[in-house]
Design a protein around this ligand. Structure first.
Ligand code: GAP
Length: 486
């Protein structure tokens, strides 16, 4: 059984120690947005770097891309997001507050899996489920989660479709375009509307042909991307778990349709191995075979990897078999062939796709929950983060025993510089007494603390190295320090 960690413990540690703050907090916040502080940035970078190293750098069948967040509107029409990227919404008739209909059902003990919008709405009525404020709920409807914005200088006024003929007339009139603001010239849904990408995947699919043309890789091969995604979540909640702005790490793995099952199984194994590198205990991760009715519109098979979060066991990442859905749609909408031609002029076909899709915020939360540990040291309760060394914000902290002894500080600075050169992420900590420093570093997950004391400068040139997990201390000579910490 995995241990129970309270959400409040994680949220308060994140704020207090500079991992994660509420977005725009100084102005009262903006729901569903979060800012990363100095330690959060480090942790997040380490997770993302590990992912990139594991799935891109360490393999020879993978190509990285970094596509633009703003993409041609046709991308989201072809992908099906304009028509189907919806969540069910219901409104409190009194307060006008909006809620995720399926979440309200779950909160009232009803499992909404497999239910249509109408079935969910009927259950609300039949069971007389009220809003969290105790009010009646109105009509249910689908809500598209894509954020929309406008592009170009016409955006703040209106977009006008000017024909070449009209443009010439406009110049004749000295540039006065107001006479052309007729309904036939005004294009309300025109190309000036763009969406903030709700998944990084489409930036991969739209570059599939570029990668094939530039590199002509053998199948199977993958294209990887990590970066921001945006979803207008009806009710963001559970800390960073459901945010409106978040990061994804996605691979689209292109395979021959005949052997997608084999590749799917391989990804299942590779995902589990990555999760163990994140330090997640095996018994806190559960695979959920998503039933057909609940799968995304593009998927013929999905396994959700669930993690035991403090709020409940919930989706950490998804592994989907997207068939040729995306490339086929791009081919149909763009008129450009997405066929792969096997080298030597062999078989031609549109590859099928296996997609492991990781959410960075959900990985961060899972890492923090897994690492959060409570024990007792010398009769006192202690909270600490038992983070894997490769994820810890700081690899090691360096302290002079006393901060007002110049000779100790000088030597400690030398040791700090040495370690900084080796590891980069090294903390200088001379605040408060040694006990307080250890507690602080334990709480942010620093695996080792190095202390320079009078023995270092007067006796044998050794320093104290203290282990976060065991709290044991040993003396190590400065010459052997980097080796010891490696
Ligand atoms: N390209 C496939 C795709 O986007 P998804 O299941 O909608 O599939 C993939 O999202 C992953 O992105 C999820 O498993 C989760 O880790 C993360 N994710 C999705 N919505 C999120 C949100 N609102 N906040 C934080 N992470 C989210």
């Amino acid at each position: 059984m995995s241990k129970k960690v309270a959400m409040d413990d994680i949220v308060s540690l994140c704020k207090r120690r500079g991992f994660i703050y509420q977005g725009s907090e100084v102005y009262g916040g903006l729901a569903g947005t979060w800012d990363y502080g100095p330690l959060g940035v480090q942790l997040k970078r380490h997770i993302m770097d590990l992912w990139w190293k594991t799935f891109v750098d360490n393999r020879d069948d993978m190509y990285g891309v970094d596509a633009a967040i703003l993409m041609n509107q046709k991308v989201w029409q072809a992908s099906g997001h304009v028509d189907t990227f919806n969540d069910p919404l219901i409104e409190d008739v009194e307060t006008k507050r909006r809620y995720r209909l399926d979440h309200l059902l779950e909160d009232n003990g009803v499992n909404p899996e497999g239910m249509t919008l109408e079935q969910m709405a009927k259950t609300i009525q039949d069971k007389d489920i009220r809003s969290p404020d105790g009010n009646e709920l109105g009509n249910a409807r689908q809500f598209n989660m894509m954020f929309e914005t406008k592009i170009g200088p016409m955006a703040d006024t209106i977009a006008i479709n000017l024909s070449r003929d009209n443009i010439e007339k406009l110049y004749e009139k000295g540039g006065d375009f107001t006479s052309y603001l007729t309904s036939e010239n005004v294009d309300k849904t025109g190309p000036h509307v763009v969406f903030l990408r709700p998944e990084t995947a489409q930036g991969i699919f739209t570059n599939y042909k570029n990668i094939v043309d530039s590199f002509y890789p053998d199948l199977p091969f993958g294209i990887a991307q990590m970066g921001k995604a945006f979803r207008n979540e009806i009710s963001p909640r559970d800390f960073v778990f459901r945010s409106r702005e978040f990061e994804q790490m996605e691979v689209e793995y292109f395979v021959h349709p005949d052997n997608w099952q084999e590749q799917f199984e391989q990804w299942r194994t590779d995902i589990k191995s990555f999760l163990s590198q994140l330090g997640l205990p095996e018994d806190s991760v559960h695979e959920h075979e998503v039933p057909e009715d609940d799968r995304a519109h593009y998927s013929e098979r999905t396994i959700d990897f669930m993690f035991d979060y403090p709020h409940k066991s919930d989706e950490l990442l998804g592994l989907a078999y997207r068939t040729d859905f995306d490339l086929k749609n791009i081919q149909d909408h763009s008129g450009k062939s997405m066929e792969y031609i096997v080298k030597g002029g062999g078989e031609r076909f549109i590859p099928h796709v296996i997609e492991p899709s990781f959410g960075v915020e959900r990985a961060i939360m899972a890492v923090l929950v897994s690492a959060f540990t409570q024990d007792e040291v010398n009769g006192e309760a202690r909270n600490y983060l038992k983070l894997p060394t490769h994820l810890a914000p700081y690899r090691v902290a360096v302290s002079p025993l006393l901060k007002n002894k110049e000779e100790l500080v000088k030597k400690a600075r030398e040791v700090y510089d040495l370690l900084k050169k080796e590891f980069g992420n090294v903390a200088w900590d001379d605040n408060g007494n040694i006990g307080k420093r250890y507690r602080r570093q334990d709480e942010i997950g620093t695996p080792h603390c190095v202390v320079i004391d009078f023995d270092t400068i007067e006796k044998d040139g050794t320093v104290t190295v203290r282990n976060r997990d065991t709290t044991e201390q040993e003396r190590v000579s400065i010459d052997e320090l980097t080796q010891k910490l490696n």
